[in-house]
Design a protein around this ligand. Structure first.
Ligand SMILES: [Zn+2]
Ligand SMILES: [Zn+2]
Ligand SMILES: [Zn+2]
Length: 277
């Protein structure tokens, strides 16, 4: 056997079992000058197809999807799909479908796509605009400068001057609002180990007395307590509610007031500093 013949047989064997659209090749034979393939269609029919029609994608079924085929071969040059205008039919085929050269209306760049991709909206532009919607926007302290494709994150400029990379999801969810300096600020809000804003906070919803730090026990007595630096201190148990409230108010003056005053002093200082700048 000559090597040439061997090659031909190998080629034939490779074709058998191969799929073209709905057609699967059962056997390959020659008719006159042309190669033909006996195929089985997904619908169950067998059909004989010219090899060239098969590999070019012109025939993709026994004919049961004729309308669809016509649609696939429709000339769509000049048609606009979202932000793409079809400019040219290429010689390329993808899964038996024509590949069309399209120009992106946003930037003028060319891409090649099939009509299926256009019809289904899988491709709406050249693909370089996915991240553009956020560019230039301000989220919290961050101004979004550009998108880094390697990092898959946005380069952002923080109001404090630092730049930082933030993921799209963290920006959209407002999870990240600064380079981190906002979080750092919280640390400095502590005064003597306590957070002043907690001291002046609202009455918890499960409160039974209407006064913060005073609650009634099952036996009907009133307990007074105070929470500072995450620790809860009991101030006493009282028969009268007024006494429990008095104990609590005294403790607030003793423990909270110095912290609140210090915090207010500091806030005024930073305000002055800012005004001078
Ligand atoms: Zn069929
Ligand atoms: Zn584009
Ligand atoms: Zn910052």
């Amino acid at each position: 056997m000559t090597s040439n013949k061997k090659e031909k047989i190998n080629k034939k064997e490779k074709l058998v079992g191969k799929r073209f659209g709905k057609l699967k090749v059962l056997s390959v034979y020659k008719k006159g000058k042309y190669k033909k393939c006996k195929c089985i269609c997904d619908c169950g029919n067998t059909t004989d197809v010219y090899y060239s029609n098969l590999v070019s994608g012109r025939t993709i079924s026994c004919g049961c999807r004729g309308g669809e085929i016509a649609n696939r071969y429709k000339n769509i040059v000049g048609e606009i799909y979202h932000d793409l205008i079809v400019e040219e039919k290429t010689e390329k085929r993808e899964d038996g479908l024509i590949v069309w050269k399209c120009r992106c209306l946003k930037c003028g760049k060319y891409i090649e796509v099939t009509k299926k991709q256009l019809d289904r909206g899988y491709v709406k532009d050249c693909g370089n605009h996915k991240y553009e919607d956020l560019l230039g926007q301000k989220i919290g302290e961050l101004t979004i400068i550009s998108f880094d494709k390697n990092r898959e994150k946005y380069l952002c400029q923080c109001s404090c001057g630092k730049s930082t990379y933030v993921s799209r999801s963290n920006l959209i969810s407002s999870h990240t609002l600064s380079c981190g300096h906002l979080k750092d600020n919280r640390k400095y809000k502590y005064v003597d180990g306590a957070l002043p804003y907690l001291l002046t906070g609202k009455i918890p919803s499960n409160n039974t007395s209407g006064v913060k730090g005073v609650s009634q026990t099952k036996s009907g007595k009133w307990v007074s307590y105070i929470t500072l630096r995450k620790k809860r201190y009991t101030l006493g148990t009282f028969k009268k509610k007024e006494d429990a409230i008095r104990a609590r108010k005294k403790a607030e003056i003793d423990f909270f007031l110095p912290i609140i005053e210090k915090d207010q002093m500091r806030k005024q200082k930073t305000k002055h500093r800012k005004e001078r700048v």
